[in-house]
Design a protein around this ligand. Structure first.
Ligand code: SF4
Ligand code: SF4
Length: 309
């Protein structure tokens, strides 16, 4: 399988590329978010990364009612009457023509198809930064390991340019996919949402079976693992669950750290922009002292632990 014959023109939908990040692995990193995720976590803070398709986001308070978007819409989905801007999503096909003419970014198209060469060009802009900070690129999403052939070629290209690679994964992908990319990865950020399978299914839509077994298999191959635990009050912050995570994590020989990611509500505006109900409005933030007690509990298992974010 050569890059030219198989993937030179292959593309994947990219939600965003953020340079100079410091919370996504060691050093200073470029963070690439891909669209498409097999999970539907109740507390997801990036709902715009869930679908593997482009979609429009709406910010009506930026609209100046210039009417540029109305004539370009092929489905007559845009309504500017009543003093506000809205889109009938039942007829909108997310073509993005309105976003192209909207100068105030009241409508934005989320998701841009990019080739491996285009992604490589973006990442290489900060090669000097990676070198001096021992950083690199972290691919995330959504789920970055969807589309195994594309991902394998992308990571191979990064490696060829001596760019360090981290993968932020939900872990719910076939082992054959992970095996393909292992040679090119410096570390994984590996999410564990719940140790109880029934609750995992209820809160994320899928079983935790692959997630846990894949993490064990990665560890057996000595690839560094950062276990990441979103801490969601009333859902997965019970002592029973945290201890179960610790017991699982201490058996991972390649574990570097347990990262605690406390719930935040920064994603609320994203739900609004997609006209989705915000499903976790009623969940309170976790108090600092409770979070620090969880950290101490993790450390009592002789595990390194950080609060991230
Ligand atoms: S994305 Fe296309 S179909 Fe949807 S509102 Fe904009 S122009 Fe109309
Ligand atoms: S182009 Fe943008 S600013 Fe102008 S009416 Fe449409 S949404 Fe509003």
């Amino acid at each position: 399988m050569t890059r030219n014959s198989v993937t030179a023109t292959a593309k994947r939908l990219v939600l965003s590329i953020t340079r100079m990040t410091i919370h996504n692995g060691p050093g200073i990193r470029t963070l690439i978010l891909f669209k498409g995720c097999p999970l539907r976590c109740l507390w997801c803070s990036t709902p715009e990364a869930q679908k593997d398709e482009a979609e429009i986001a709406l910010y009506p308070n930026r609209c100046i009612h210039c009417e540029q978007c109305v004539p370009v819409c092929p489905t007559n989905a845009i309504d500017l009457t009543g003093g506000t801007m809205s889109v009938n999503r039942a007829v909108c096909d997310n073509c993005g023509k309105c976003a192209q003419v909207c100068h105030t970014e009241a409508i934005k198209l989320l998701g841009q198809e990019m080739t491996i060469e285009e992604l490589l060009t973006e990442v290489k802009k900060d090669a000097i930064v990676y070198k001096h900070s021992r950083g690199g690129v972290t691919i995330s999403g959504g789920e970055p390991l969807l589309n195994p052939e594309f991902t394998q070629e992308l990571l191979r290209a990064f490696k060829k340019e001596n760019v360090g690679v981290g993968v932020d994964t939900c872990g719910h992908v076939p082992w054959t996919t992970i095996e393909k990319v292992l040679p090119y990865i410096d570390f994984f950020l590996w999410d564990i949402k719940h140790m109880n399978d029934e609750k995992h299914r209820k809160f994320t839509g899928v079983s935790n079976k692959f997630i846990l077994s894949n993490a064990r298999s990665v560890s057996e191959r000595n690839v560094p693992l950062y276990i990441r635990v979103p801490v969601i009050p009333g859902y997965n912050d019970s002592e029973e669950n945290i201890r179960a995570v610790c017991e699982f994590a201490r058996d991972l020989s390649s574990l570097v750290n347990v990262d605690l990611l406390p719930l935040h509500h920064l994603g609320k505006a994203r739900y609004n922009s997609l006209n989705l109900a915000y499903p976790i409005a009623d969940i309170p933030l976790i108090p600092d002292d409770v979070l620090h007690n969880i950290k101490k509990m993790v450390e009592s298992y002789q595990l390194n632990c950080s609060i991230v974010g």
